[in-house]
Design a protein around this ligand. Structure first.
Ligand SMILES: Cc1cc2nc3c(=O)[nH]c(=O)nc-3n(C[C@H](O)[C@H](O)[C@H](O)COP(=O)(O)OP(=O)(O)OC[C@H]3O[C@@H](n4cnc5c(N)ncnc54)[C@H](O)[C@@H]3O)c2cc1C
Length: 435
């Protein structure tokens, strides 16, 4: 809504947002649901240089939006951040990656154990008194000059507010309005039917309904070649300030989800949140009643889904990972097991240091591609025909929200023949120099 209202001449009163719940961010974009990270690609060791080049552009849009409206130090913050390598193999990996990625992120520094003693001592010492250095060699690549952290819940509110401020036209948000069905009419426009019996007509519909995007696409007969696998992510929180910044680990490339990391929580006095875990949940929305049936419908279960699960689970690394992540949710044993994994970051971490972060976390709607028989990593967008788009946004969907908006805005502008001030968009939100 923000990019359309600010950068196009979409006429009045034709822009509105339909929201199922009573507020804008009760699900995954809420500050406590995600890791609050701007995933730009510099310390995310599961990103290739090619992918980081794309994420850098879209991640910068989040930063530039916040700066444009003076939201730095209010909802966007700078933290130290690093990717940590433990042991010779990972040290080689980090050194190589540092050289490769410094061209894209010139601010990156390489930190040896002596520097890390000053910057992040808890990752260096194996005892709490910090007298004994851990036995494995370590190195990290990182920075402490960049914006790293955003309360995406507050950012969503800011986007809605600035969408409203950017135009004299009406930009309505209808709360408690659950879309049940979308029908295409003969004149290629759409009828959007809601649970409260209200009906909206639209020339263009963008469905950004998290895991329910595929659900609504399926109800229209689209996207049956996909399935949705809701992967819940939970966190463990320290009792007080713990790490000085974000610490990420080297990714095991066989695993489909990012390795656990430590992040200071800007909504919890900068206590460190370790996580997220990854557990398949048979429902589409966390901490909300229902949606079990919706899960079974959007899984689109058949032989291809069985094949995807089989291919994943026949690998012992993935099997162990799935089993361990299940145990991370089982009371009494969960903390002990989680601490064992998190000790790769903080060797002296003990069960007394952390508690299960109750009520934190969300669901990543991972997409299963039934044609390729593969779990798709990252986001998916379905454009079955002109005039309608369905977006599925697992992590890092919050970082790429404005990048996705730009892509969708191009399609809308073209389809509805609108004027689009691209130069202003690029100047406000990207690092492109327009000559
Ligand atoms: C554990 C975890 C950690 C993460 N960490 C990060 C991170 O550090 N950085 C990052 O960039 N991303 C992260 N993500 C991903 C990020 O949170 C999501 O990609 C992002 O919030 C998705 O935004 P969204 O608006 O598409 O979906 P949501 O925030 O889920 O919003 C969907 C909206 O659609 C509404 N809706 C659903 N169905 C209907 C309907 N039928 N009718 C009307 N409205 C409907 C819902 O009520 C909701 O308001 C993380 C996710 C998880 C789970």
């Amino acid at each position: 809504m923000y990019t359309l209202s600010k950068y196009t001449d979409v006429p009045s009163p034709s822009l509105c947002l339909l929201e199922k719940y009573e507020a804008l961010v009760t699900l995954n974009s809420k500050g406590t649901s995600n890791s609050q990270t701007i995933h730009i690609g510099d310390i995310e060791t599961n990103y290739t240089l090619e992918k980081a080049t794309i994420t850098k552009r879209t991640a910068k849009m989040v930063e530039k939006f916040c700066l444009q409206y003076g939201l730095e130090e209010k909802i966007m913050f700078k933290h130290q951040k690093m990717a940590l390598g433990v042991g010779e193999k990972e040290i080689n990996f980090i050194e190589h990656r540092y050289k490769e990625f410094k061209t894209l992120f010139p601010y990156l520094e390489l930190w040896d154990v002596n520097t890390l003693k000053q910057l992040e001592p808890k990752i260096v010492f194996e005892d709490k008194a910090q007298t004994k250095i851990r036995p494995e060699p370590i190195i990290a690549m990182g920075t402490n000059t960049q914006y790293t952290t955003v309360d995406y819940g507050q950012m969503s509110q800011a986007l809605a507010k600035e969408a409203h401020n950017a135009t004299d036209n009406t930009t309505d948000i209808f709360y408690n309005t659950q879309v049940i069905d979308i029908f295409e009419k003969e004149d290629n426009t759409f009828e959007v039917h809601c649970q409260d019996d209200t009906l909206y007509t639209a020339d263009f519909v963008v469905v950004n309904a998290g895991a329910h995007s595929l659900f609504l696409a399926n109800r229209m007969g689209y996207g049956k070649h996909m399935g949705c696998l809701p992967m819940a992510g939970s966190f463990y929180m320290t009792q007080s300030h713990f790490l000085n910044g974000k610490v990420y680990m080297v990714q095991n490339n066989k695993l489909p989800f990012a390795a656990l990391h430590g992040d200071p929580d800007i909504l919890a006095d900068e206590k460190t949140r370790f996580g997220p875990t990854a557990l398949m949940l048979p429902k589409l929305e966390r901490f909300k009643p229902g949606t079990y049936l919706d899960f079974f419908k959007t899984l689109n279960f058949d032989f291809h889904i069985v094949k995807i699960f089989w291919d994943l689970l026949k690998d012992s690394d993935i099997r162990n990972y799935v089993f361990k992540n299940f145990l991370f949710e089982v009371p009494l044993i969960n903390k002990k097991l989680f601490v064992q994994d998190a000790r790769k970051i903080v060797p002296s971490l003990s069960v007394e240091d952390i508690t299960y972060a109750k009520g934190f976390g969300g669901v990543r709607p991972q997409v299963l591609d039934k044609e390729k028989e593969k779990l798709m990593l990252g986001e998916a967008s379905l454009t079955p025909k002109d005039g309608i788009i369905f977006n599925m946004t697992p992590s890092p969907g919050a970082t790429s929200c404005l990048g996705n908006a730009e892509r969708d805005m191009h399609a809308i502008v073209k389809h509805l023949n609108l004027h689009y001030d691209e130069a202003q968009f690029l100047s406000d939100l990207t690092e492109v120099i327009i000559t």
